[in-house]
Design a protein around this ligand. Structure first.
Ligand code: WT7
Length: 634
């Protein structure tokens, strides 16, 4: 734990070292890991191609750093504590030694089913320890995992399988989520009807749903591991070999597969975990995310386990069986660090302080926030009611593409300010650029958030389409990684994230491309055209507002809206269902045919007093009509 920053002057000192001599800074941190062969160079990079390599020619296996490395000191200590959806079901505690055995055994089982180094494996599973085991078993044998959030539709799952040409799918019979039981294997079956690369499906029994097991393709998890050895020799990987692909939405229609590699991701997730949360040996750390998102990858599985922490995994939802569930879990397991999303805080805030009353919450030392800007009201509620005024809030800004936390207070070290992510972690060189690409120096400036030097867990490519990676992140501002977020640096040099400046919306911390939702809406046979924008939503942060042109014949508006929501549900999943749908006769367009989203965003937000210049529109009259119609939208 010698890499842990403990004072503000220590932070400033480390930050300066990381900028002045990144090779030495990261080389020293990477030294504390187990490598089969040390690297030749710490970093090689060129943001124009882009081409970034960390720990060049280093050889390692990330799971040896997470399992073998801890066996001697932590073998009998809990690695994972699992809290089931139903509080009456038994808790599972998995020690580092047990985790080692489970991972080795499942790694052997996957190999026996034909998976080899470099093959892609889709994980579509509930929040159970086996999901983490599945990820680690892939990493153990050098297979590339791609976790797909189990709330995504068969179509979304099929698209991802197809894009990465997955050879295997790991799934369960069903999922428990609150009072719902979801038939997961059925979704997999449907997805596989339209794809051809998958040779094997391994199915974990969880809910007891009846499932159809396809002969020669499907095998039960318990059968796959039956009699299989619990020892496995880890595959030696190059630092730049792929570790995983995680699909995320962008401003164009199709989600892209963000690629992370072994060495840099290992070093950065560990370092950031230890520093941001100030984890101490023996603490219980809990991140409420799902492993289907990057937060679950980096801060439920990899970061904490690499650091030898005890990580709590929760299967359920914040409001089941009642809105006190999070707090009950904190007390039950004596959680020390708690990490959640603003949308969860706001949803629980609605119930007031009552659900918190039965709980002491006195084990908490650090509370964190991630996924979207946290508004001041939610920040204060979290601080006062959950943190009891004594826990620092770490508001962590980062992205799927950054692999780890970029801007955040270091708990107890960095003075916090409500709704500010505060300062960059060591190694993170931020730049604020205006729209013409000029870097804005000094304080009290606002613009596009960019990063001008690589950090170890930066994405390396987008799977199968490197040009898309270049276009999306490295072409807007030459020589910079562009985040897609707007940011303000205040008079103290503190950073406040202002939200996306591109066509990406953030609904309950879930990232969505407006084009992606539009494409799904347009699949409805009666829809002619649609435009989707985000609008401020009390709980979700942003809600989805869809303007739709459609043929109404033979349908009531009500029915049509329901059908459209169902279409989106089927194509993407429930998280993408529009909150508001407005049927319109036309959309405001420029003379070149581009939809003027600026206008639609204003209408959705209710800011109709100043629409700006609409005279250049092809159809200026439609704006009035839309404003009028907006008043009765549901
Ligand atoms: C986008 C990335 C990183 C894990 C979860 C989301 C927004 C994320 C914050 C924060 C303000 C935030 C940004 C970012 N975002 N954290 N603390 N404050 N905004 O990962 O799905 O890749 O989304 O989420 O807009 O670009 P993601």
């Amino acid at each position: 734990m010698s890499n842990k920053i403990q004072t503000l002057s220590g932070y400033i000192h480390e930050y300066q070292k990381s900028v002045q001599d990144p090779d030495n800074f990261w080389g020293r941190i990477a030294d504390s890991f187990y490598w089969h062969k040390k690297w030749d160079r710490v970093v090689d990079w060129d943001f124009e191609k882009p081409d970034v390599k960390w720990f060049v020619n280093g050889k390692l296996n990330i799971t040896e750093n997470l399992l073998e490395k801890h066996l001697f000191l932590l073998g009998d200590k809990p690695a994972i504590i699992w809290e089931p959806n139903d509080p009456k079901e038994a808790v599972r505690t998995i020690t580092y030694r047990e985790l080692y055995e489970m991972v080795c055994q499942f790694a052997n089982a996957m190999k026996a089913q034909g998976v080899e180094k470099g093959d892609r494996v889709i994980i579509y599973m509930p929040m159970v320890p086996e999901a983490a085991v599945a990820m680690l078993a892939c990493a153990r044998i050098g297979a590339v995992h791609s976790v797909v959030f189990a709330g995504f539709s068969a179509k979304s799952l099929a698209d991802r399988i197809e894009d990465c040409q997955a050879k295997m799918v790991l799934t369960s019979d069903g999922n428990f989520r609150g009072d719902k039981k979801i038939a997961v294997k059925k979704v997999v079956d449907e997805a596989l009807e339209n794809t051809s690369s998958v040779e094997r499906v391994i199915v974990l029994k969880r809910t007891g749903h009846e499932v159809i097991m396809k002969d020669g393709r499907d095998i039960w998890w318990s059968d796959a591991i039956e009699g299989v050895s619990k020892e496995n020799k880890a595959e030696v990987m190059d630092a730049e070999d792929m570790l995983f692909i995680l699909y995320t939405s962008g401003s164009t229609g199709k989600p892209k597969g963000v690629v992370h590699t072994c060495g840099g991701y290992m070093v950065y997730t560990t370092y950031s975990f230890q520093n941001v949360f100030q984890y101490n040996s023996g603490d219980v750390y809990w991140c409420t995310a799902d492993i289907g998102w990057i937060t679950g990858h980096s801060y439920i599985v990899y970061g904490p386990l690499l650091a030898g922490a005890t990580t709590l995994m929760f299967e359920g939802v914040p409001t089941y069986p009642n809105p006190g569930r999070f707090w009950a879990i904190c007390d039950k397991h004596q959680v020390n660090q708690f990490y959640t999303a603003p949308t969860a805080i706001r949803a629980l805030q609605v119930f007031g302080a009552e659900p918190l009353k039965p709980y002491a919450l006195d084990s908490l030392k650090v509370i964190g926030s991630v996924g979207e800007p946290i508004n001041e009201e939610a920040w204060h509620w979290y601080h006062d009611h959950v943190g009891k005024g004594k826990c620092p809030i770490v508001d962590t800004w980062w992205q799927t593409e950054t692999g780890g936390v970029m801007v955040s207070p270091i708990a107890g070290v960095t003075p916090t300010k409500p709704s500010y992510a505060t300062l960059p972690l060591p190694g993170v060189q931020l730049a604020i650029l205006d729209n013409d690409g000029n870097e804005l120096k000094g304080n009290s400036v606002e613009g596009n958030l960019c990063i001008k030097f690589p950090w170890p867990s930066i994405l390396r490519t987008t799977y199968g389409d490197h040009e898309r990676c270049r276009q999306t992140y490295f072409s807007s501002f030459k020589g910079y990684y562009f985040t897609g977020d707007g940011v303000k640096r205040d008079e103290d040099g503190y950073y406040r994230i202002l939200g996306r400046v591109d066509d990406v919306i953030n609904v309950s911390g879930h990232r969505m491309g407006t084009a992606e939702v539009e494409n799904a809406i347009n699949e409805h046979p009666k829809v002619v055209e649609s435009a989707v924008v985000g609008y401020p939503h009390d709980i979700k942060g942003q809600g989805i507002y869809a303007y739709v042109i459609c043929d109404m014949e033979g349908r009531s508006e009500e029915n049509l809206k329901n059908e459209i929501r169902e279409t989106v549900n089927k194509i993407i999943g429930p998280i993408a269902k529009p909150d508001r749908i407005q049927i319109v006769s036309g959309l405001p367009k420029t003379r070149s045919g581009k939809i003027m989203r600026r206008i639609l965003r204003k209408i959705a937000t209710g800011e109709t007093s100043n629409m700006g210049d609409t005279s250049t529109l092809l159809n200026p009259d439609v704006v009035e009509e839309i404003i009028e119609g907006a008043a009765n939208v549901s």
